[in-house]
Design a protein around this ligand. Structure first.
Ligand code: ADP
Ligand code: MG
Length: 249
């Protein structure tokens, strides 16, 4: 990969829950501006893999490296501070604040300026917040409360909030869950564009194969904690084991 180490490199990652070998030796790398889709049936070990990368779970084996730095087993906050963002969690926005205020809060947090006194600093970073809102296509909603936004727009705010932390890597575990098919395509297209423009590495999982095949640069297919296929979308689409185990054809 040009420029040295990939943004994320995972080597031989393993996790057991009692007798279940949830992740049984997974390796992959994601470069700047690249989207890697981790797919596989329910229980394949996708979320467990995300949680080991993000620090929510401590691996039983293997290494996680961020731009060459070993971050294996570090607590989530340390990993987040090193530039690993997670999008689209329910708690990511404050319903009682406006769209702009949510992004300003994230910018304050990123700059280490967040204190108990939100109001006195509330005017900071407005221009930077608006620039992020423009990038995700919801600047026209800046004054609205997050509590009244349409679901698809809320997802865009969450992307702007994640971007406010200038992440090197974004972890997106089923970001489009609960969205209508057309919204799903739009959100992933937006995410792909923003990630490529900013050189952010993206690791995502997604049930909608149209979305995966349209936006992933590479795909890693897992089943029962193990990799069964990896490569570009065309290679993976035509892989016989993937068709049999995963696509059911
Ligand atoms: P996926 O996200 O691909 O659907 P998961 O990573 O959530 O799969 O789960 C992989 C396996 O690990 C499944 O068999 C699941 O039941 C098990 N598992 C996941 N989390 C836990 C946990 N906290 N405790 C016990 N078993 C778990
Ligand atoms: Mg999952």
């Amino acid at each position: 990969m040009p420029g040295g180490a990939p943004v994320l490199a995972v080597e031989g990652l393993e996790k057991r829950f009692g007798g279940v070998h949830a992740v049984a030796g997974i390796s992959f790398a994601v470069g700047a501006g690249e989207l890697l889709a981790l797919i596989g049936p329910n229980g394949a070990g996708k979320s467990t893999t995300f949680n080991m990368v993000g620090g929510q779970l401590r691996p039983d084996g293997g290494r996680v490296r961020l731009a060459g730095q070993d971050i294996t087993g570090l607590p989530p906050r340390r990993i987040w501070k090193l530039g690993v963002g997670r999008t689209f969690q329910i708690t990511a926005t404050f319903a009682s604040m406006t769209v702009r205020e949510n992004v300003q809060m994230a910018l304050l947090s990123h700059h280490g300026e967040l204190s108990g006194l939100w109001r006195p600093v509330a005017k900071r970073h407005a221009a930077e917040a608006d620039a992020l809102l423009a990038r995700v296509g919801i600047l026209d909603q800046a004054e609205r409360g997050c509590g009244v936004l349409a679901y698809g727009d809320l997802k865009r705010v969450e992307l702007a909030v994640a971007m406010a932390h200038s992440p090197r890597l974004l972890l997106m575990d089923e970001p489009t869950a609960g969205m209508a098919p057309r919204e799903r395509v739009a959100l992933m297209a937006l995410t792909a564009r923003v990630a490529r423009e900013s050189g952010i590495a993206v690791l995502f999982t997604e049930h909608d194969m149209d979305v995966v095949f349209a936006h992933a640069d590479r795909i890693l297919v897992m089943s029962r904690g193990r990799p069964i296929a990896a490569g570009d979308p065309e290679t993976v689409r035509n892989h016989p084991e993937v068709r049999a185990v995963y696509l059911g054809t």
